[in-house]
Ligand binder design. Structure first.
Ligand code: SAM
Length: 183
C-alpha cells in the first residue's frame, strides 16, 4: 500500500521555496499558495504533519499572533511539531547594549533609511519597527504565549538543529532564535 503523503506547511515563506512542503504566503509567486494567515487556516483539524515559519510572527499584532498560533495548533496532528524562527528581542537588546559590530554589519544593509548617521539608537528602533513589524518577543515571552496556546515541549533550538527534522532555517541572522513545540 502506498504511504500517505505528509502535509507540511511552510508559512509566510517569502521567496524561500522548499520541495515537499506547501509554501504559503500572502504574496503571489511561482510555487506559492496564496493564503492570508490572519484568517483561519483552510485545513481540517489535526490534518497537518509539520509547520515551519520564520520571521513572520513579529508581523502580526499581539492578538493576531494568538489567533494564528491557535490555528496552527488546531490543524496539527497530535504529537506533530511546529518550528518558529523570529528576531529575538533579547538578542537585539544585547546587540544594542554591547554595540555588537557583528549585528550592526548584518542589519545595516537591510535598513535603507539611515537619516541619523547609522547610530545604534536609530538602528535599535528601526529593527523593532521596520519591515511592518507589529510586535516583538523574547524567547521567554514567546514560550509563555505558546504554552498558553496549548503547545507542549516548548524548546529553544540552535539554528539547523531539530528534534523533528523540520529546521528549514533560511535566516543567518545573529538575532534569530528558533523554538520547536509539539501539539
Ligand atoms: C520578513 S518576510 C519573511 C520571509 C521568509 N520567511 C524569510 O524568513 O525570509 C515576512 C513574510 O510574511 C508574509 N506575510 C506578511 N503578512 C502575511 C499574511 N497576513 N499572510 C501570509 N503571509 C504574510 C510576507 O509576504 C513576507 O513574505
Amino acid at each position: 500500500m502506498k504511504a500517505k503523503k505528509q502535509v507540511k506547511l511552510h508559512l509566510a515563506c517569502g521567496p524561500n521555496i522548499v520541495e515537499g512542503w506547501q509554501n504559503i504566503d500572502i504574496l503571489k509567486g511561482k510555487d506559492i499558495i496564496n493564503i492570508n494567515l490572519t484568517k483561519p487556516l483552510p485545513y481540517k483539524d489535526k490534518s497537518v504533519d509539520a509547520i515551519f515559519h520564520e520571521h513572520f510572527i513579529e508581523h502580526l499584532t499581539k492578538t493576531e499572533a494568538e489567533s494564528f498560533l491557535k490555528e496552527c495548533r488546531r490543524v496539527l496532528k497530535p504529537g506533530s511539531a511546529m518550528r518558529i524562527g523570529w528576531p529575538d528581542m533579547n538578542l537585539l537588546l544585547k546587540a544594542y547594549f554591547l554595540r555588537s559590530k557583528k549585528y550592526r554589519d548584518y542589519v545595516l544593509p537591510a535598513l535603507d533609511d539611515h537619516r541619523y548617521g547609522r547610530n545604534w539608537d536609530e538602528i535599535f528602533s528601526d529593527c523593532l519597527f521596520s519591515w511592518e513589524h507589529r510586535y516583538a518577543y523574547t524567547a521567554k515571552h514567546l514560550k509563555l504565549v505558546l504554552e498558553t496556546a496549548g503547545f507542549k515541549n516548548v524548546k529553544v533550538m540552535k539554528r539547523g538543529d531539530s528534534d523533528q527534522d523540520i529546521a528549514l532555517d533560511f535566516r543567518n541572522d545573529p538575532a534569530t532564535t528558533y523554538i520547536e513545540v509539539t501539539r
